[in-house]
Design a protein around this ligand. Structure first.
Ligand SMILES: C[S@@+](CC[C@H](N)C(=O)[O-])C[C@H]1O[C@@H](n2cnc3c(N)ncnc32)[C@H](O)[C@@H]1O
Length: 251
């Protein structure tokens, strides 16, 4: 049984999703500050930088970079960044920021599934992107191909075990899980998102000859909850999960 408001998995293509992001880019842009929205500032960014470690002079691909906030944070820390983003409204915004700020970031307007990184990158980051891509297996393959041997692939997704929104937790003190194993579409205000079991992502990476090296389920600190009580759920149940995979040498 699916949750109320969810569409049944149909033949939604990458193009349909990219178009939805393009049409609704303004909603997402207005929610962002320099370091992103609340979730990025307090949960996702610290975990990404923790897994990546020192980024100075590293070649990093920001896969599905949106407005480019993470590309800019990485470049300001000394990384050599390429951002790939297919929605032209985001690509335009990020490119204009680059023209003004000159951080040395290259932005490419492309579906990740068509991007050829040619093994040039030391690290790839896909921040909250893969659960938005219908053909996620090809997207993972292209991220894998973009990395040199030994390179690190860091990605975050909405935690597939706990997708129900924070309102239920605030009201009842718990959230519900009704269907985990199936793949299905979850309607979202900006663009649809795809539920898949966690093993779909992990097993795809293992099949591409990667080793799992880190996993983080970011948790909000008591101090931050005191300041932002509406985000209390994030101190108890993880909204996000991040993985660090390392590309193994072929022998
Ligand atoms: C939730 S936003 C995250 C954006 C950015 N990584 C961030 O953290 O702000 C999802 C992004 O994935 C992009 N996206 C959707 N389909 C894609 C695809 N096939 N290839 C690359 N990016 C895609 C969207 O255009 C959007 O910018």
């Amino acid at each position: 049984m699916l949750k109320e408001g969810e569409a049944v998995l149909s033949d939604i293509t990458n193009e349909t999703v990219i178009d939805a992001w393009d049409q609704n880019a303004e909603k997402s842009l207005s929610a962002f500050e320099e370091e992103g929205d609340f979730a990025r500032r307090y949960l996702l960014n610290p975990a990404i930088f923790d897994i990546l470690g020192h980024v100075g002079n590293k070649r990093i691909l920001d896969a599905g970079c949106g407005n480019g906030y993470l590309s800019r944070l990485l470049a300001r820390r000394g990384a050599r960044v390429t951002g790939v983003e297919p929605a032209s409204a985001f690509h335009k915004y990020a490119s204009e920021r680059e023209t003004n700020e000159q951080l040395g970031i290259e932005y490419v307007c492309s579906d990740l599934c068509r991007f050829n990184g040619a093994g040039n990158f030391d690290a790839v980051v896909a921040n909250m992107v893969l659960m938005d891509i219908p053909d996620f297996e090809t997207a993972l393959l292209q991220c894998a191909n973009a990395l040199r041997e030994g390179g690190l692939f860091v990605f975050s997704i909405a935690h597939p075990c706990f997708e129900e929104g924070g309102q239920r937790f605030m009201h009842d003190g718990y959230i519900q899980v009704r269907e985990y194993f199936a793949e299905y579409v979850i309607d979202q205000p900006v663009a649809p998102m795809f539920h898949r079991p966690m093993s779909a992502y992990v097993n795809r990476m293992l099949s591409l000859n990667f080793s799992l090296v880190r996993m983080i389920e970011p948790q909000l600190s008591p101090k931050t909850v005191e300041e932002y009580p509406n985000y209390r759920r994030d101190a108890h149940i993880p909204c996000y999960i991040l993985f660090g995979f390392q590309k193994r040498a072929f022998c």
